[in-house]
Design a protein around this ligand. Structure first.
Ligand code: ADP
Ligand code: MG
Length: 324
């Protein structure tokens, strides 16, 4: 693969962001921004660790890694603007395959008017794609995990467990209901940028994106904020046909499955209507799933079948029921 013609082929003909001064083609990109805070995140996907050609086309790989990154930007309450891609290409990869990774990214980038402003292309043993995303947020409005306060309610966007259900369908042959829906949720996740933007006016929101399962993401909010989060198992939203899967898998996927790239957050009760309206405007669902209480022994408790269980980072502890 010729590096120069490859870079030329993935280069945008024109740029969308008005703050951009210099994109691809020099030693580094330049943009100018003085009125907003700049938010940056990076994510790396390695073949056979984070993705496999068996369950995804390279187009999906590109889409998914950019979605994961944009999701982090959304979880900061920011709007994505630029991305840079560092790619390690093994010898057996064709330039067409590499271009497909970029095509997958471009489809999302177009949607959010993002510009590809740089990267690096090197040969190596294993395919790996590392994407850096830059975004903007109104000064002082970045959403931190440390912002949860006792008495807040806990909400989540969309439905949980769908991505894992999609992966299950791809790796276990059988007849499934809504097969395409689940597979697309796995391969082509949509980050919650618009919703994160619409809740901008609220003074205080703790926000995290669900890349690792709601159990873990809620624990991160609780630990950063020094509080305990109590989740109500039966309120956790799932797709209607999710009930077709074995109960133990449903439970595992919705709590620890991850990679749904939904947002989990906490807000004061006074702002709940505003959050619901924001979801409405963004055309998505938002569900109240629990509340924030003072710290007590554990960061996350799960209320299930009238009992309370500590939710551990590595999974649900069946044996240690606690008294409220
Ligand atoms: P340098 O030797 O200065 O690092 P490169 O030859 O690596 O320059 O890159 C030339 C230009 O192409 C730079 O603007 C760089 O950001 C861009 N570029 C290289 N690889 C990629 C890539 N995978 N994705 C996007 N832009 C890239
Ligand atoms: Mg370089």
């Amino acid at each position: 693969m010729d590096e120069f013609s490859f870079i030329d082929s993935i280069k945008q003909d024109s740029y969308r962001q008005s703050s951009l001064i210099k994109g691809v083609g020099d030693d580094a990109a330049v943009f100018r921004q003085s009125s907003e805070d700049i938010v940056v995140a990076v994510d790396t996907f390695v073949e056979n660790v984070h993705f496999s050609k068996e369950t995804m086309d390279l187009f999906h790989v590109g889409h998914r890694i950019l979605a994961a990154n944009i999701s982090d930007i959304a979880a900061m309450g920011a709007t994505p603007a630029f991305y840079l891609v560092s790619i390690v290409v093994p010898k057996h990869y064709t330039s067409m395959e590499c271009k497909n990774i970029f095509k997958g990214m471009q489809s999302l980038a177009t949607k959010y008017r993002m510009d590809l402003i740089g990267g690096d292309t090197v040969a190596g043993e294993e395919m790996s794609v590392s994407v850096t995303v830059l975004g903007y947020v109104t000064k002082t409005k970045a959403r931190y995990r440390s912002a949860a306060v006792e008495g807040d309610l806990v909400f989540v966007t969309g439905t949980l467990g769908d991505s894992q259900a999609g992966f299950h369908i791809l790796t276990n042959t059988g007849a499934y209901q809504d097969e395409t829906y689940y597979v697309n949720k796995h391969r082509l996740p949509v980050p919650r940028v618009e919703f994160a933007h619409y809740i901008n006016e609220i003074d205080r929101v703790a926000l995290n994106d669900i890349s690792d399962g709601i159990g873990n993401e809620a624990a991160e909010i609780a630990a950063s904020s020094g509080v305990t989060i109590q989740l109500n198992e039966h309120k956790i939203p799932t797709t209607e046909s999710f009930s077709q899967f074995p109960a133990d898998l449903q439970f595992k996927w919705k709590l620890f499955g991850g990679e749904d790239f939904e947002l989990v957050g906490t807000v004061s009760k006074n702002n709940w209507t505003f959050v619901q309206e924001a979801a409405n405007k963004a055309g998505i669902d938002v569900t109240e799933i629990g509340y924030v209480r003072p710290y007590r022994h554990n960061h996350v408790y799960l209320h299930k079948d009238n009992r309370l269980f500590p939710l551990k980072k590595d999974g649900y502890n069946h044996f240690k029921q606690v008294k409220e």
